[in-house]
Design a protein around this ligand. Structure first.
Ligand code: EPZ
Length: 427
């Protein structure tokens, strides 16, 4: 079993460059289905989830060529299937992002119903309701969603109950060829939505308002392949900003737009971190105690749920008590129970985590509960007393490229270690 072992208490400083955004790259890959031919994607992160999406596209008949570590050439001319197997959807919920493109291209799709995951039920009811408004008919059979638009997709107005990122993306992609105009109201505004709309418009689509709560998609004819660079990963960047904040010495994070972390950086300044903003980089340091401030996670431009665990890690060492409220997912506090093993003092009450700051953390054996919680546990290990061993690190590898190496480049005492799988058998 491979674990991450980190020894706390050592200086961490230097510069790190983040990759392209996981939560954009996966959807851009799915969107290549809409433009038969060879699309080249640059600044693609070399992470497990991208490899899974590559398998999904190949399963559908596409060819996916790795031009270099961060460049993919995807030819979807020969895509001739519209069915994604459960095995791949079960590995990665984001596989459902092919639903919209397959409906737009073929008028039908069979996508395994995604299961839940550690952070919540992860339903797709808003995707389905929105697509039904465009004329798509659904039938669920043995765990598979059978979608079809026998009379083609027709533009309509869809108001989302919640500004769902995935539902917004699937509706945008499904409606690029729809008759007339589709209006998505209460749309998600994340930078990854804007990146997707930008690429689709480069392909010949006609999408207005991405990044605002109201997005209009005017149906057009065939799209053409393009070359597009993935937007920088604001969450990977935010994770390294939090690393700089918890250790205190200057850390510079490059390769992203600081405006995509606007509220996070402002909250971190309120917490006592010093943040210097550049055009494509941020330098963070801390010369005073961390101050407790309340955090509410919300859709963009609100505080991102994907930065909740990393921020809880900082606040666990604050001089006082604060409350973190998780409004996006129903079960995203598992990180807290692992952090308790390192000596934090956090009380979970439903969607609220009451965080009582402690003087320090102590190293322990902990398990990564999910992608962001895993990264936050490693972050805690950087300042804990002694050794912290993080297991289930496959979660981290899903979304962070060379996470250990990047921390090593900041002088962290950290490594990946293979240890014998514990034998719980009854002897
Ligand atoms: C995307 O997930 C991201 N994943 C998540 O990042 C991120 O946390 C989330 O957006 C919110 O920003 C990718 O882009 C691959 P949602 P998504 O639809 O699209 C509920 C990470 O760590 N909901 O905005 O699944 C849903 O259960 C990951 O990188 C419905 O109930 O998020 C959740 O509680 C984690 N019905 C909330 O809405 C639906 O039809 C937000 O979901 C759709 C969503």
């Amino acid at each position: 079993m491979e674990v991450i072992s980190v020894e706390g208490g050592h200086p961490i400083t230097g510069t790190v460059t983040v990759e392209g955004a996981k939560n954009s790259a996966l959807k851009l890959m799915a969107a290549t289905i809409l433009a038969p031919g060879v699309t080249t994607l640059k600044n693609v992160p070399n992470i497990a989830d991208v490899h899974v999406m590559g398998k999904v596209l190949k399963e559908l008949g596409a060819t996916v060529e790795v031009v270099d570590e961060h460049t993919l050439s995807i030819d979807t001319s020969a895509v001739n299937s519209w069915e994604t197997p459960y095995s791949l959807v079960a590995q990665m919920r984001a596989s459902t992002a092919v639903l919209g493109p397959l409906l737009a291209r073929f008028g039908k799709a069979i996508v395994a119903m995604p299961g839940g995951c550690n952070i919540g039920a992860r339903k797709i009811d808003m995707h389905i309701l929105g697509l039904q408004a465009l004329g798509v008919e659904f039938d669920v059979d043995h765990g598979d969603i059978h979608a079809s638009a026998p009379h083609g997709l027709v533009g309509s107005t869809v108001t989302l109950d919640f500004a769902s990122v995935g539902a917004t993306e699937n509706l945008i992609m499904a409606s690029v060829h729809a008759k007339g105009t589709t209006v998505i109201d209460n749309a998600a505004r994340e930078p990854e939505i804007v990146d997707l709309a930008n690429m689709l418009n480069e392909m010949g689509a006609n999408i207005e308002g991405a990044g605002s709560p109201v997005i209009e998609i005017h149906g057009v004819g065939e799209l053409h392949p393009v070359t597009h660079a993935v937007v920088g990963d604001r969450i990977e960047a935010g994770t390294f900003v939090a690393v700089g904040g918890i250790v205190g010495q200057p850390v510079t994070v490059r390769g992203f737009d600081p405006n995509h972390l606007g509220l996070v950086l402002r909250k971190y300044e309120q917490m006592g971190l010093t943040i210097e903003r550049g055009e494509r980089e941020v330098t963070v340091s801390r010369s005073r105690d961390i101050m407790p401030i309340d955090i509410q996670t919300l859709p963009f431009p609100g505080f991102p749920t994907d930065m909740q665990a990393q921020t809880m890690c900082l606040l666990a060492l604050a001089k006082g008590t604060c409350i973190i409220t998780e409004n996006v997912f129903e079960n995203r506090f598992m990180f807290a129970s692992e952090l308790q093993r390192m000596g934090s003092n956090i009380v979970i009450q439903g969607h609220h985590a009451v965080v009582h700051g402690v003087e320090g953390l102590s190293g322990a054996e902990v398990r990564s509960p999910d992608l962001r919680g895993g990264a936050a546990l490693v972050m805690a290990g950087l300042v804990a007393d002694g050794i912290t061993t993080v297991s289930d690190i496959y979660h981290i590898d899903r979304g962070y490229e060379r996470f250990v190496e990047k921390l090593q480049s900041l002088s962290a005492r950290i490594s990946r270690v293979v240890i014998p799988t514990p034998d719980f058998g009854v002897s």
